[in-house]
Design a protein around this ligand. Structure first.
Ligand code: SF4
Length: 693
């Protein structure tokens, strides 16, 4: 490793994409120092970002390819030529035996835009398969679907974060950003310092909820009813912005009728939130001159996530809190490139530029950029969980990049079993994750500080991560891996390894699409600290604020969607009387593949736990720290009890960062939202048992 000068770049982890400087160290590595000139975090970082260089150490990462020895069954060191040839042979063999759709590709929301683009192109051109999706489907796809349905376009935040402190009231739904993206908390504290109000909706009294003027704690899976109840009160109390509704929206009559069947007493019964608190929330939101609703995984990771987000959007539209300065609905995207990763073609139904794979014009445009016949492009494939569920049956070989579904997928024991049943599995990753450990071939790839590429933050701001040091000799970039595999599979051209060359092609492929990057270049990002899409040409200033004049629908109006409450896919009963909800803690990230290898983070968050209310703990017969078994229809997990009055007595919480006995996703329900195909991570029925001895 050889670093020579301070490099300005961005964090490898979450969608806030905090700016950071990397400074060379005497041992040839880098450490992280403040980068105060980047406006989003102004130098602040959480522990994950600060300690990110620890994963660059050869002691915790992969430093050379591994190929499974057929005789011993063990992964053994191999050269790159042998490893790439083994992958190409495995994919080719399966394709010949089972057809193009016998081969699957699974990507990740942490991959740069260039990698996500190249992976989608590789799947459709080189493999000819429709079977590609990615773990971002588990992250925010319901918000994306609701956004598109209402506004005609999906960008997580249609305004920059800097607008939040200047709005009048924020309703934050199912987001614990004090733990998931701590530097963003300042936007909420500044909001309150400016006199604005903060309402937090969460079944737990989280660190974020501690900052709220009003905390509403609905039973998990009922926030759709909560949003409808608030809209009912807005109508009943004459607080609808009739002028805005008439001028800028369509579909209000049906949405209004749907909301009116959710009267406050009913909503209290469904959600557990008392009517006076519902009235207080509606009044706070309507009394403020401007307002925002921000959602995260809470309302989104449900089998009715699209409708739940739609109900919150309806509340914004009815009160005129959309398409105006300092007002609107936004989704706080989770993964590092959760936004860009969903725009450029690694989704089952998508082509670059947020184009639809089943749109003939979109196919023609992208096929022209790729130099192929549009008819040669496969159609839409399966969503992420459906793809994982099909492994070993219809899909017999898988190429996986930047994802660890053995820990992060719902019904994880089943997913692990499906992965094991494959004829061939190749994984490209920086560490030997739980999923990589199952592979026939493991390809070690470079990390954020060792490569250049773009990400798109939760604001829709396209950013440049820069290479700061030379990677170890035994690793390659994901783009080099795809370049090498494409060559072995007969595509000598079309898969460059240079990220800027890939980005320039992505710009052309996205031109004219919803997520139009045509006017964004590496040089420009560097000069302007990021460029907000859409940006259709080099002279365009970028678009920090969307929808101020018109929404992106055909008629320019936002669409109300009539939605009604319905139960979670799995309700509690006598056998499984408690609701399990899952989430994250401040010192670990997603499946923990990287952060569990950082000593400082492990010291702060060493393992899983089961958070439960004192009354529930007493009923189950466990004390603080006792091992408690959580059992669902899909399996059993055991972790120490963490007892707190800050959670509903009918609900338990488990973080999902760990494998093994305490794996929360052993329990979760893969019931899918019918529109977004998002699994219901946030709600399933469980029972609790002491697990002593
Ligand atoms: Fe990195 Fe997110 Fe932490 Fe910022 S908040 S340092 S982007 S993990």
């Amino acid at each position: 490793m050889l670093a020579t000068a301070i490099t300005s770049t961005h964090c490898p982890y979450c969608a806030l994409q905090c700016g950071m400087n990397l400074r060379p160290t005497e041992d040839g590595g880098v450490d992280v120092v403040e980068r105060t000139d980047f406006p989003v975090n102004r130098g602040a970082l959480c522990g994950k970002g600060r300690t990110a260089p620890a994963v660059l150490s050869p002691s915790v990462r992969l430093t050379g390819p591994l190929v499974r020895d057929r005789a011993t069954g063990r992964l053994e060191p191999a050269g790159w030529e042998e490893a790439l040839r083994a992958v190409a042979d495995g994919l080719r063999r399966t394709r010949e035996a089972h057809g193009p759709d016998g081969v699957g590709v699974f990507g990740g929301g942490g991959l740069t835009n260039e990698k996500a683009y190249a992976l989608g192109k590789f799947a459709r051109l080189v493999l000819g398969t429709s079977q590609i999706d990615y773990n971002g489907r588990f992250c925010m796809s319901s918000a994306a679907a609701a956004h598109t349905r209402a506004f005609g376009l999906d960008r997580g935040l249609p305004f920059p974060l800097e607008d939040i402190p200047r709005t009048g009231c924020v309703i934050l739904v199912g987001s614990n950003l004090a733990e998931t993206m701590p530097p963003a908390l300042r936007y909420l504290t500044e909001l309150r310092e400016n006199g604005g109000k903060l309402i937090v909706v969460d079944p737990r009294r989280t660190r974020t909820a501690e900052h709220a003027d009003l905390h509403l704690a609905p039973r998990p899976g009922t926030d759709l009813a909560l949003a409808l109840g608030l809209l009912h009160l807005v109508v009943a109390e004459g607080r609808v912005d009739e002028e805005f509704v008439a001028a800028r929206t369509s579909g209000w009559a049906d949405a209004r009728a749907a909301a009116m069947s959710h009267w406050p007493a009913l909503v209290e019964r469904v959600t557990g939130v008392p009517v006076p608190l519902l009235r207080e929330a509606a009044a706070l939101f309507c009394d403020a001159p401007t307002g925002m609703v921000l959602t995260a995984r809470g309302p989104e990771q449900q089998s009715k996530g699209t409708d739940t987000v739609g109900a919150w959007i309806n509340l914004c539209l009815a009160t005129g809190r959309a398409g105006r300065p300092l007002s609107g609905y936004g989704c706080l995207t989770g993964q590092g490139n959760g936004q860009g990763g969903r725009e450029h073609g690694q989704k089952a139904d998508q082509l670059p530029g947020y184009r639809k794979l089943d749109d003939p014009a979109a196919r023609a445009h992208v096929a022209a950029v790729w130099g192929v016949d549009p008819d040669s492009l496969p159609g839409p494939g399966r969503s992420a969980y459906e793809l994982l569920d099909a492994l070993g049956r219809d899909v017999r070989a898988l190429l996986l990049m930047g994802s660890n579904p053995v820990v992060s997928a719902p019904r994880a024991a089943h997913v692990e079993e499906r992965l094991r049943s494959l004829d061939f599995l190749a994984v490209a990753d920086v560490v030997l994750s739980e999923t990589a450990a199952l592979a026939d071939v493991v390809l070690p790839v470079t990390q954020w500080a060792e490569e250049t590429g773009t990400t798109t933050s939760l604001e829709g701001r396209v950013l440049l991560r820069r290479r700061a040091l030379t990677p170890p000799a035994g690793v390659r970039t994901d783009l080099e891996v795809l370049h090498g595999l494409a060559g072995l599979l007969g595509w000598e051209k079309g898969f460059p390894a240079d990220p800027e060359e890939v980005f320039d092609e992505l710009r052309r492929a996205s031109a004219g699409g919803l997520a139009d990057y045509a006017g964004i270049s590496y040089r420009r990002i560097a000069q302007e600290d990021g460029v907000f899409w859409p940006c259709p040409d080099a002279g365009h200033p970028g678009t920090p604020r969307l929808f101020l004049d018109r929404f992106a629908t055909e008629d320019g109006r936002a669409r109300f969607v009539p939605v009604t409450h319905r139960a979670a896919a799995e309700e509690t009963d006598a056998e499984y009387p408690v609701v399990l909800t899952t989430g994250r803690v401040v010192s670990q990230y997603q499946s923990g593949a990287q952060t569990r290898r950082v000593a400082e983070l492990n010291a702060a968050a060493p393992g899983p736990f089961v958070e439960l209310h004192p009354r529930l703990a007493e009923r189950v017969g466990v004390a603080e720290g006792d091992p408690v078994a959580v059992v669902s229809r899909r399996g059993r997990a055991v972790a120490p009890a963490r007892i707190t009055a800050g959670i509903r007595p009918d609900t338990v919480f488990m973080p999902f960062h760990w494998p093994g006995e305490g794996r929360a996703n052993t329990l979760t329900n893969p019931a899918l939202d019918p529109t977004s195909r998002m699994p219901e991570f946030k709600v399933c029925a469980v029972r609790l048992e002491p697990a002593r001895g």
